[in-house]
Design a protein around this ligand. Structure first.
Ligand SMILES: [Zn+2]
Length: 217
């Protein structure tokens, strides 16, 4: 009886910790937090994210093999903040036409839309079946079709990617989705381009490829 009570209390304590704990911000992030916080709307998702889908149309949005990987999570980057770590998965549908629409991966609420071309980013907040709050973040969007506070699900068209032709205008290859799965959004955005250590990376982000393999089925 005593043991049961202890285990229950301990579990509740762990849930409490996981809901309140946030990652440490390095000085770059800390100095910019107020800027990015202004784009954030703090509302809670009403629907639980039960089923997860690929973030774009493929021959089967429940089959991870219908997605192509352009660049993996955790690789070193020298763009923008030099030496930062790639916090997302760069991906595209395996076969697609000129236009690629981006959809929410599951039920959630749009909590932030920030940055400008070619880095426009939509962040969706989700409540998982275990009660955990996580975020999916979609970057390099040519056109945005939602606004902060919108409730979304896997059928909601969030945005559209750049075409090969459009991306040339920005002098780089932005015709892919930079997808992040975040455990924490306490930085309000800049951790996406200023995560400098593996500790920061693992505290704040899931490897999207592993997340997809485990949840998109
Ligand atoms: Zn990327």
């Amino acid at each position: 009886m005593m043991l049961k009570f202890f285990l229950l209390s301990f579990t509740l304590f762990l849930i409490f910790l996981s809901n309140t704990f946030s990652c440490e911000n390095n000085s770059y992030i800390e100095n910019r937090i107020e800027i990015w916080k202004s784009y954030y709307v703090n509302t809670q998702p009403t629907d639980t994210a039960r089923n997860w889908y690929l973030p774009f149309e493929t021959s089967n949005r429940l089959n991870p093999k219908t997605m192509s990987v352009v660049s993996t999570f955790g690789s070193p980057r020298n763009s923008y903040v030099k030496g930062h770590i790639h916090t997302g998965l760069d991906c595209i549908p395996k076969s697609s036409g000129e236009n690629v629409d981006i959809y929410s991966m599951s039920d959630g609420i749009v909590c932030s839309i920030h940055l400008a071309h070619p880095y426009i980013t939509i962040v969706v907040k989700h409540k998982t079946i275990s009660g955990e709050i996580i975020f999916t973040s979609y970057k390099h969007l040519a056109e945005v079709y939602v606004k902060t506070g919108d409730n979304v699900n896997h059928k909601t068209k969030l945005a559209r990617l750049y075409t090969r032709k459009e991306t040339k205008k920005y002098g780089g290859r932005y015709d892919h989705l930079h997808l992040e799965i975040r455990k924490d959004f306490g930085d309000y955005g800049p951790a996406s381009w200023a995560t400098m250590t593996k500790e920061e990376l693992n505290c704040r982000f899931y490897d999207p490829l592993i997340f997809i393999r485990e949840n998109v089925r």
